[in-house]
Ligand binder design. Structure first.
Ligand code: B1M
Length: 210
């Protein structure tokens, strides 16, 4: 079994210590942190997600896998940030929209954006539109990143985008999450859509440069 497969299996089995140790080993063997994320951590999470969808595992197993995934993300965070001075380029707010408790994808997005040199203010999960608006006023960010994982919380994303855009500022809004598409992003007036965490950082660079 390759080291990346070992990491994926350890996430799937919810073995946080193993994920941490194998992620450290992968980095010291020269693997790129993005590779460890995509081919190790996310592969393991997708595997548990598949069983969850089919009713073969339940919320506790998924939470244990999520904790193991976070143990790996903690190891990779500092490597992702090593190339850029953190916070150099300005502030980006991120949060998971109201009614939605999923944060693994949002945390990855935050890590990648930090790695690209922005200071990230993470508002957490289940963030109501009012809270986003208050944070925009407080932090004056360059951009806000919204994550939604449930089809039922896509409406909260729509409301949040419309409140932020209606507030008169020039802040850019980028959206993503499993049920979100470019078409939906266009329909709700977001400035950009990113299908994954790595492209979220690239797209923020692009929209802020343009
Ligand atoms: Co949830 N859940 N869940 N869950 N859960 C899904 C999303 C689901 C697809 C599973 C399924 O049934 N197939 C399904 C949604 C169905 C739908 O609406 N279409 C679902 C459901 C139904 C539910 C509950 C309702 C279950 C229940 O209680 N009956 C409940 C809802 C709770 C709530 O939010 N109110 C629920 C609960 C949970 C847990 C708490 C157990 C746990 C969350 C733990 C946590 O996040 N801390 C959980 C998990 C883990 C999942 C699955 C298995 C995995 C999600 C994940 O973390 N993936 C998921 C099934 C799946 O997706 N295969 C599922 C790994 C992560 C890296 O990917 O988050 O997609 P993802 O992020 C990606 C991209 O989407 C993108 O970048 C990341 C990759 O690079 N991205 C962005 C994300 N945000 C972005 C923002 C951007 C740009 C890109 O710009 C700002």
């Amino acid at each position: 079994m390759s080291l990346l497969e070992e990491i994926a299996t350890a996430v799937f089995e919810g073995d946080a210590d193993k994920v941490k140790e194998a992620s450290e080993r992968a980095l010291s063997d020269g693997a790129a942190p993005e590779t460890v994320i995509n081919e190790g951590l996310i592969t393991g999470m997708n595997k548990i997600g598949y069983l969850f969808k089919n009713g073969e595992v339940y919320v506790p197993e998924v939470l244990i896998a999520a904790r193991a995934m976070h143990a790996g993300m903690d190891v990779l965070k500092s490597s992702l940030q090593a190339g850029e001075e953190i916070g150099n380029k300005g502030i980006v707010l991120v949060g998971t929209v109201k009614g939605d408790l999923h944060d693994i994808g949002k945390n990855l997005v935050a890590m990648m954006i930090e790695g690209a040199g922005y200071k990230v203010v993470d508002l957490g999960i289940d963030v109501a539109p009012d809270k986003f608006i208050k944070a925009v006023e407080e932090y004056q960010p360059l951009a806000v990143g919204l994550s939604a994982l449930l089809t039922t919380t896509m409406t909260a994303m729509q409301e949040t985008v419309s409140r932020i855009k209606g507030n008169g500022g020039r802040v850019r809004v980028i959206v993503g999450g499993a049920p979100i598409t470019q078409k939906f992003a266009d329909a709700i007036g977001a400035d950009a859509y990113a299908p994954d965490a790595a492209s979220a950082a690239d797209i923020i660079n692009q929209i802020l440069a343009g």
